[in-house]
Every structure is written in structure tokens, then in C-alpha cells.
Design a protein around this ligand. Structure first.
Ligand code: HEC
Length: 119
């Protein structure tokens, strides 16, 4: 193999790798939108008022739940598919978009989000 061919192949590989990296970066960016970090989205601050950070209380902890778990539960509460005492009414106040944003934020900021408001 000539040096020129070798060089061209290496350049091609590098370009391919760069494209792959960019696609991965874009995918990660979409998976974790800026709203998932930083200040709580509207509605999310209220959740910690009832949901304590540690399991064992009367109200289930959200600590072990992923964003998808929270989203699925909220949607089921809202539709009435899942029985609830209060979560059905709370969930009805949120759109699909709100629920997704809140769920992602809670999952990404659990320490801060699920701190008890009363010590
Ligand atoms: C007034 C108290 C209260 C508030 C505020 C509240 N919850 Fe709940 N949540 C509950 C109770 C009680 C349950 C158990 C189901 C029921 O009886 O409604 C529950 C259950 C859940 C569950 C299911 C947990 C599991 O282990 O399956 C999720 C998810 C959830 N809440 C998310 C939220 C989110 C997100 C918010 C903020 C938008 C929120 N909750 C605000 C009281 C509350």
C-alpha cells in the first residue's frame, strides 16, 4: 500500500470518527435538555412538599424513580388508569410537555428537589 493511500484512509477514518462523536453529542444533548439542569421548572418545586427524600413515609419517595418512571406514573394518574388519592388531581394540572420537563428535572436534581421542606 502506498503512503498516499494509507494517509487517505487514515484521514477518512478520522473524519468518520469525528462525525460519530458529533452525532453522539447531539443525541446526549437531546436526551438531557438544558431544562433538566438548573432552576426547577414550573410545578416541580411543589413535589418535594409531599414527597420526602427517604423511603418509608406515608407518601412514596420519588428517590429511586427514573424520569421515565415519574412520567409514566403521572400520565397514568392523570388518565385515571392508576388509582390515587391526590396525584390524579395534581397530574391533571400538567400537560405532557410539563410532565416530561418536571420528571427530567426531578430525576436529574433529586438531592435538591426531594429535600424535605420541613426538617
Ligand atoms: C399533596 C401532596 C403531594 C404533592 C404536592 C405531590 N404528590 Fe406525588 N404522590 C402523593 C401521594 C399521596 C401519592 C400516592 C398516590 C396517591 O394516593 O395519590 C403520590 C404518588 C406519586 C408518584 C408515584 C410514586 C410511586 O412510587 O409509584 C409519583 C411519580 C408522584 N407522586 C410524582 C409527583 C410529582 C412529579 C409531583 C409534583 C408535580 C408530586 N408528585 C406532588 C402526594 C403528593
Amino acid at each position: 500500500m502506498s503512503e498516499a493511500v494509507k494517509h487517505r484512509r487514515a484521514a477518512l477514518r478520522a473524519r468518520r470518527a469525528a462525525r460519530g462523536g458529533l452525532a453522539l453529542f447531539a443525541a446526549l444533548w437531546v436526551a438531557a435538555p438544558p431544562a433538566a439542569r438548573g432552576a426547577p421548572p414550573a410545578g416541580a418545586a411543589a413535589c418535594s412538599g409531599c414527597h420526602a427524600p427517604v423511603p418509608g413515609g406515608a407518601i412514596p419517595s420519588l428517590q429511586g424513580l427514573s424520569a421515565t418512571d415519574i412520567e409514566t406514573a403521572m400520565t397514568a394518574f392523570r388518565s385515571g388508569e392508576r388509582e390515587a388519592t391526590v396525584m390524579d388531581r395534581i397530574a391533571k394540572g400538567f400537560s405532557d410537555e410539563d410532565i416530561r420537563t418536571i420528571a427530567e428535572w426531578l430525576a436529574a436534581n433529586r438531592e435538591q428537589a426531594l429535600r424535605p421542606t420541613q426538617p
